[in-house]
Design a protein around this ligand. Sequence first.
Ligand SMILES: NC(=O)c1ccc[n+]([C@@H]2O[C@H](COP(=O)([O-])OP(=O)(O)OC[C@H]3O[C@@H](n4cnc5c(N)ncnc54)[C@H](OP(=O)(O)O)[C@@H]3O)[C@@H](O)[C@H]2O)c1
Length: 247
Amino acid sequence: MSLTGKKALVTGGNRGIGLATVRALAEAGAEVHFTARSAANIAAAQRELGGIPATGHHANMTDRIAMATLLEQGFDILINNAAVIGPIGCILDVSAEDWATSIDVNLTAAFHATQRALVRMVANGGGTIVNISSGAAHRPQEGWSAYCAGKAGLAMLTRSVHLEYGGQGIRIFGFAPGVVDTDMQGAIRASGINPVSKIPRADLAPAHEPAKAIAWLCTAAADALAGQELDVRSPDLRAAAGLPPIT
Ligand SMILES: NC(=O)c1ccc[n+]([C@@H]2O[C@H](COP(=O)([O-])OP(=O)(O)OC[C@H]3O[C@@H](n4cnc5c(N)ncnc54)[C@H](OP(=O)(O)O)[C@@H]3O)[C@@H](O)[C@H]2O)c1
């Protein structure tokens, strides 16, 4: 798996699946950039990477000017990873303001990053975008109306980009990473609100597994899957991406 010569941007690359994806892309030879919401988070990620080269950029996903400026650099690969799980709560218990913030981070900001990335990708004749999806895009969970709606919208954005730009060299994928041992799952467990929150931590997958599959999607080997919503739990995808079967 070689991504040598490719320039990649991972949003929310300072921890969790984003950080593991930074590592996987760099190990595959890409020039990797990532966003984080503070200089301290960039420094913490660099420490975790332990010398693996990656450039951090201080940017909130919802800062349209900062994200547009960053994406003007031009990237061959964009991983729309940054997201929030909250507000967690049933519909009568969450505010419209918090709901709108979730949609802004998880959907509108991903749209904006995609739009700004496409400018250079289309001009260059191609590029790869991976939208980090979720089972929640397709199956509602109690207490997650904002998250589910945002991820469902993101899945439709994936299909829209494929329809409009797939013929111009743009490969876009929706990718559900499974139930992964990150801080997001810690917050979900603490809520106790739905069946996902009851999954024991020991049953969660390590972040390097979806990260390896995300890096694989960035290679030509995944061309035939472009435009689709994919799931790391698919046996065929796992085999193709070099992941062990789920036992
Ligand atoms: N973990 C799972 O089981 C699971 C399952 C299905 C889908 N996913 C998806 O996988 C992706 C990564 O999730 P994760 O589990 O790694 O989550 P995580 O551990 O909570 O990390 C989320 C990342 O997104 C960043 N982020 C959040 N809001 C941001 C904003 N406004 N601007 C910039 N960065 C922002 C966070 O930055 P800060 O450090 O500054 O907060 C952090 O780097 C998400 O799209 C999530 O929906 C995860």
